[in-house]
Design a protein around this ligand. Structure first.
Ligand SMILES: CC(C)(COP(=O)(O)OP(=O)(O)OC[C@H]1O[C@@H](n2cnc3c(N)ncnc32)[C@H](O)[C@@H]1OP(=O)(O)O)[C@@H](O)C(=O)NCCC(=O)NCCS
Length: 168
């Protein structure tokens, strides 16, 4: 029987496993802004501040191991505090099965409930799967930052995307 994947808010006991998943995706050197995870203590601070501030920070876990995440971090400036920066990743073995869709849809729901009115990020222009996921869930391309990423001697454009949440 295949073990079930649970999606739930991150807790302190998940931090080490989250750090490992983050490091695994970062080391692919294709998707995230960092090429390896920040040190565990920095990641711990990031998670604890998300928990403390009530920022959406979901994990997908299977038998206690984090295999994916989606977080939305509130902007620190007062006049920008309606904005959140989204980060998402799934370890390679669990991609392409709808997990990203489940994570992002739930994170958007949490962000709406906690009063965000804009969710934003940038994504490498050659990350077609991520862009397909974002467009499917309502995000819109707002512009392109040309040659914004340089990895292993190669430049990549980056697309700025955002979702403006309706407040009625
Ligand atoms: C981007 C990512 C989060 C998407 O999650 P996922 O679980 O793989 O995606 P899903 O299975 O939910 O598919 C979402 C959409 O992507 C598209 N898609 C899926 N597989 C694809 C593929 N191999 N190539 C292109 N598009 C694809 C489809 O449009 C799909 O929607 P549909 O199934 O309704 O048609 C995940 O692949 C990932 O972690 N990638 C590496 C890290 C990353 O890129 N993070 C984002 C940085 S900005």
């Amino acid at each position: 029987m295949t073990a079930k994947i649970f999606i739930k808010p991150i807790r302190t006991e998940n931090i080490e496993s989250f750090h490992q998943a983050l490091d695994k995706v970062a080391r692919e050197r294709k998707y995230l802004a960092f090429l390896q995870s920040p040190p565990l203590e920095e990641v711990r601070e990031f998670v604890l501040s998300n928990i403390e501030q009530g920022n959406p920070h979901l994990i997908a876990s299977i038998e206690g191991e984090v295999v994916g995440w989606c977080d939305i971090r509130r902007h620190h400036l007062q006049s920008h505090a309606h904005r959140g920066t989204l980060g998402i990743g799934i370890v390679p073995e669990f991609r392409g099965n709808g997990l990203g869709t489940r994570l992002i849809e739930l994170a958007i729901e949490c962000a709406t409930e906690t009063g965000f009115s804009r969710i934003e990020f940038d994504v490498r222009a050659d990350n077609f799967r991520a862009i397909a996921l974002y467009e499917k869930t309502g995000f819109v391309k707002e512009g392109v930052l040309r040659n914004a990423v340089l990895v292993d001697g190669e430049f990549f454009d980056v697309v700025v995307m955002a979702l403006v949440l309706q407040s009625d």
